[in-house]
Write a protein that binds this ligand. Structure first.
Ligand SMILES: [Zn+2]
Length: 419
């Protein structure tokens, strides 16, 4: 069978922070020891052979030669394929320095520095997934590294020190080109007219915000009306209490706003549950939510729009989607929303849409909120703002709010856990 060319492979990296631990310290030191061994051996062999005496040619020890010379770390803490990866990393940095020098890059440097700690790499042979835990195999003299993991089995795992402190795990997934990268990733664009627009890579689904919006408008109206009445009643002073009518009105205002708030909350619960359980049943693992926390600060809207945005609580809905999806073992990620509503998914040109439909000069036509969700998802998959040839606008479907929607997550139990 012919080998598939490497360049057809697309990579997708999932990162997570890890606390500092004794085991990881030991392993990354073992990795550093082996790296240093390789580094010293490589340069020593070159130095001893390449001095021009006796007419000898310098020896650049090959990667295979090095693997035979330094097969494992001194304490035997690392998996044999982890050791192979360390040698491989050293050789790929030699290779990239060579390539950069060939192109005339003055700054290109060969690896020369010894390392006390070095990243630990696991190839697929050393990675197992069991009971929502990732088991990373090590050498005979060390216990395995075990991490909680609710996602798919990665093709490669790296654990390295983070500049800000602690460790970071980077799980690399490789997908064949043509295969949709980021299968299992859905993005949510929040809006005022539409509570949420979800894009899962194939289709866009819109959750209407009409009912919630009319409730919050009604709430504002009730408050204005009652406030006007309250202001006409006697406030009272130190000697005289405020009038009975005033007290009655204040109580009425509190009761009515509380009732409307409960209604709005109910709609948010029902819509977020419907949204999260639909994604879960589809096999989605990562929910990317457009981050609009700073919208009030960063954007200058007219007074009217400002009132709308304050009234309709984006934050509450985002929180609900986050905790509900996490409860089901999905990952919820916030993504900066900048320019996602203005950038064309096909040609990457940027312009502000007019009206509900996004139309681009290149011919791309799509629902405006769907474009936002498509771009938020692209940002997470690191393909945002890159032109794509012949991309199709996804079908857009609306989910109208129905009062009989369940507030509970409705799960299709046939779905395999952890996948
Ligand atoms: Zn375009």
């Amino acid at each position: 069978m012919p080998k598939k060319p490497r360049r057809d492979v697309q990579r997708f990296v999932r990162k997570a922070a890890l606390p500092k631990s004794k085991l990881l310290d030991q392993l990354s030191h073992a990795s550093g020891q082996l790296y240093t061994q390789v580094l010293v051996a490589y340069w020593r062999i070159l130095r001893k052979t390449g001095n021009g005496k006796n007419g000898r040619k310098p020896v650049f020890l090959s990667q295979y030669g090095m693997e035979a010379l330094c097969p494992k770390d001194p304490d035997g803490l690392l998996h044999s394929h982890t050791c192979g990866a360390i040698v491989g990393n050293f050789y790929s940095s030699i290779k990239s320095a060579n390539e950069r020098k060939k192109k005339g890059d003055q700054k290109a440097k060969y690896p020369r520095r010894r390392k006390w700690y070095y990243k630990i790499t696991w190839k697929s042979s050393g990675i197992r997934l069991k009971d929502s835990h990732l088991i990373l195999s090590t050498g005979k003299s060390s216990e395995n590294v075990i991490l909680p993991w609710t996602h798919d089995l990665p093709d490669m795992v790296e654990i390295g020190w983070k500049k800000t402190g602690g460790y970071e795990v980077r799980a690399v997934y490789e997908a064949q080109a043509g295969h949709v990268l980021g299968n299992g990733v859905a993005a949510i664009d929040q809006g005022e007219l539409r509570t949420a627009t979800v894009y899962d890579g194939e289709k866009a689904t819109i959750y209407s915000g009409r009912l919630a919006r009319s409730k919050s408008r009604y709430r504002a109206k009730v408050i204005a009306k009652l406030d006007a009445k309250i202001s006409k009643t006697g406030k009272g002073n130190g000697k005289q209490p405020s009038s009975r009518r005033r007290k009655k009105l204040i109580r009425a205002k509190r009761r009515m706003t509380r009732q409307i708030d409960h209604q709005i909350r109910d709609i948010q619960h029902k819509q977020s549950s419907h949204l999260v359980s639909t994604l879960y049943n589809q096999g989605v693992q990562t929910v990317v939510i457009g981050d609009i926390r700073d919208i009030r600060k960063s954007m200058q809207y007219g007074a009217k729009a400002n009132q709308k945005l304050h009234g309709w609580s984006f934050g509450k809905f985002r929180q609900m989607v986050t905790y509900k999806s996490q409860r089901l073992g999905m990952q919820a990620v916030l993504m900066d929303e900048a320019y996602t509503s203005q950038t064309c998914p096909q040609c990457a040109a940027r312009h502000k849409p007019r009206g509900r439909t996004y139309k681009c000069k290149c011919g791309y036509v799509c629902d405006r909120d769907a474009v936002g969700a498509i771009n938020i998802r692209a940002k997470y998959l690191d393909s945002f703002g890159k032109p794509v040839v012949g991309v199709m606008a996804p079908p857009v479907r609306g989910v109208r709010f129905a009062p009989h929607f369940s507030r509970h997550l409705k799960l299709n139990t046939s779905r395999t856990p952890g996948l």
